[in-house]
Design a protein around this ligand. Sequence first.
Ligand SMILES: *[C@@H]1O[C@H](CO)[C@@H](O)[C@H](O)[C@H]1NC(C)=O
Length: 951
Amino acid sequence: MATFTERMGPVLLFWLGLCLSGTWAVDKGNFKTCDQSAFCKRQRAITPGESPYRALLETMELTNTKLTLQLINDNNKVRLLLELYRLQGNITRVKINELKPLKPRYEVPDVLIREPPTEPLSLLSQDENGVVLSLGAESQRVIVSARPFRLDIVEGRDVLMSLNSRGLLGFEHLRMRKDTFSYKVTSTVASVWDNIKRVFSSSQADPEADNKEATDPPSQVETTKEEEEKVEDGMWEETFKSHTDSKPNGPSAVSLDFSLPGVEHVYGIPEHADTLKLKTTDGDPYRLYNLDVFQYELYNPMALYGSVPVMLAHNAQRTTGIFWLNAAETWVDISSNTAGKTVFGKMLDYVQGSSETPQTDVRWISESGIIDVFLMLGPTPREVFSQYASLTGTQAFPPLASLGYHQCRWNYNDQEDVRAVDAGFDEHDIPYDFIWLDIEHTDGKRYFTWDPHKFASPKEMLQGLMDKKRKMVAIVDPHIKVDTNYKIHNEIRSRGFYIKNKDGADYEGWCWPGSAGYPDFTRPDMRAWWAGQFAYDQYEGSMENLYTWNDMNEPSVFNGPEVTMHKDALHGSWEHRDMHNLYGFYVQMATAQGLIERSGGVERPFVLTRAVFAGSQRLGAVWTGDNAAEWDHLKISIPMCLSLGLVGISFCGADVGGFFKSPSSELLVRWYQTGAYQPFFRAHAHLDTPRREPWLFGPENTALIREAVRQRYTFLPYWYQLFYHAYQTGEPVMRPLWVEYPQDPATFALDDEFLLGRDLLVHPVTEEGARGVTAYLPGKDEVWFDIHTFQKHNGVQNLYIPVTMSSIPVFQRGGSIIPRKLRVRRSSACMEDDPYTLYVALDNRRTAEGELYIDDGHTFNFEKREFIHRKFSFTNNVLSSVNLEPDAQFTTKSWVERIIILGASKPSKITLRTADDQENQLEFDFDASMSVLTIRKPGMNAGADWTMTLQ
Ligand SMILES: *[C@@H]1O[C@H](CO)[C@@H](O)[C@H](O)[C@H]1NC(C)=O
């Protein structure tokens, strides 16, 4: 015990200090600015317009699928190798590496779902100034200019994107450290070199092909020894606060600028607590470095838990994207020639004829690795989503239950507490699907175990939930308590699976359990072992309704630099520096694999993660981390999830109610109403906050929260269909308006409202005491129906909507058909066989369409085409249901119990014709004041073909 408190002392003091500090603010001093990050400072100091890089056209080689070309830096004569590929679907890939690096540089593995298929490239023209290539079958070309080196991607007469047009390409070649250049150093390098070769030949399919150049003896040294290189502070060692980063490889940063003519709006590069439209970075650049930021501040470019290096650019003509595949610490600068100009200023420029084409310039800076960038050329938002999905995959199709409501807190104290909270939901008639256990459920923060007193019989508890068709999530974090009485630790240590520190011993850091080791999830054998720990006979007390939450996987190291891992820690022969932003991705990958394997590959996993990278969408859900019970945090949840959705990660949510602090009952209600319309819907609260289960705020607020959660459940069929679509296409479930109205500039910066799919428009109430909100209803020919009153509104308009506490404004698009289930029960599983109500909202042409997707809700059998996918359409007064995927097979007990047609006129009779040619007259009601037609008990099976004629 004495040793325990002794060891825990620093951690406790650290957290107590932060918790008691009172004022809400991130301690910015704990995190680096660009100026405090030596490579960022060096790269940002490169002056525009003086690029030393020249393309050596005589080295050009062109095969059918690939252009290679050497670049030379005229200042130091170091050569780079450029590779350019045209990939299928309007994607151009540009890779730049050293021609002969001293040792291999890190290339991000496991994020691309396959080696992307290429398309032909062909030479159009060439002279001493450059070459022109045609890209694929489209009318796109790439112009390579030789001096200075520059790439322009052109379609017709439009330049879509230019690379190094501002001359900011920077590539720090690997080098020997001058002051210690001696036999000793070279021999160390040589043995490291042998190691690397070994690793490569065992882990790569064809090491010779990829690393032929690299495995030649380092010849660069000869050339670089000659030149006078400036050794700056921070190149070979860097100190931040009390931490020194030894940099055995020296400077290795890469950077490149991209110009986007005609573009004023760029988006993406989550995760930041900022607006949807990215701002110009007059101060610090946006930073991508997965960090556990305590009490994060809003509206700034500081790094947060996740990093997805993907930016979208949009204007009324085109959408494009840049995917910078690099997992090291990265900074992104954005500048624009129209930044700061008012609309009036821009108009003045226009009438005075002095307006230049608007242009946004971005610059990416990464600490190590190579330049590997995918230029996704659109032209529409949908095509960019599909292009990005073709590289990194689509959203994992989640179990239906995980789209329901989740009740979490740090912590539910014991089994009795879990039982009482579970019963509270029944007592107050509020549905929920998952109850969550945070770190206190474990035996002393030893994951995969249970507190022997508080959770003495976990199976009994899980069985109790299962009897009600409910589920549980328990946390499993990647920091492993160093304790020789802990099986997990002993196995990881004995197998050598821990990340090593720079001296080769197991890396240790402070986290929740005290001293902790961090498994090396980059290793496939480690991930396979970890996955095995979720087997029912390994994870004692687990059952099939227990799922997993991976927190702290940035990774969080309380006593590490910037609360994370030392960059010189080692993953085999790679430094943590090279792949920091990938760590959390791998943790979630191994965990999801575990949940799949424990069921013999049958069941879909559900794993929540805090840290993400490109490709994390394939693995589960993400939340926006430790937010606060403040109105601004409710508001920022919208752009934060929209930004993640734009880069493929649809399954996003923010802690409902706010994690730190206590919400007023008004804020809590408004947060439930918003969360009910965001993809991942979970309430969560800090250990020190008063309890806040939905029924603790008086009967009126209980009723309001109940109504919000029930609304969520009525829309589950629509959510499920949207996720199926996201799984198929990569399109975001929750999306900014400009995705559907790409030519309407009024939508480009909107982030206080959003669309779910194409058909639901949601404008949350995020102001205290609001009496009304103004919603922008887009679409010149659209009509929008208030889902509560059925009142019809025309687009385009800014509509002022008075609000009470009872709900937030939500509209169904005229032209859509949305299936809902109105008989809300305890959990989504209890509603499985319940009947559907179809909401048919007619557009101005009196037509509408929609879809319905049904499967078993939890297995991978949908991959074997065991599902129902219907298309509904209403045209010429005929509503019909047809099979969208006739080769798929599934049966459902659910039937259609009601059809509500909005914007209808009164028919004299309604005839249903079923597949077996039976005809039936149906009963209906017509509300003339609202033009709402309700067809009662039409009674068809939800999987059947039918037509319904209104006469
Ligand atoms: C590629 O771009 C062209 C022109 O911008 C467009 O017509 C075509 O549909 C795009 N193809 C794909 C697969 O995105």
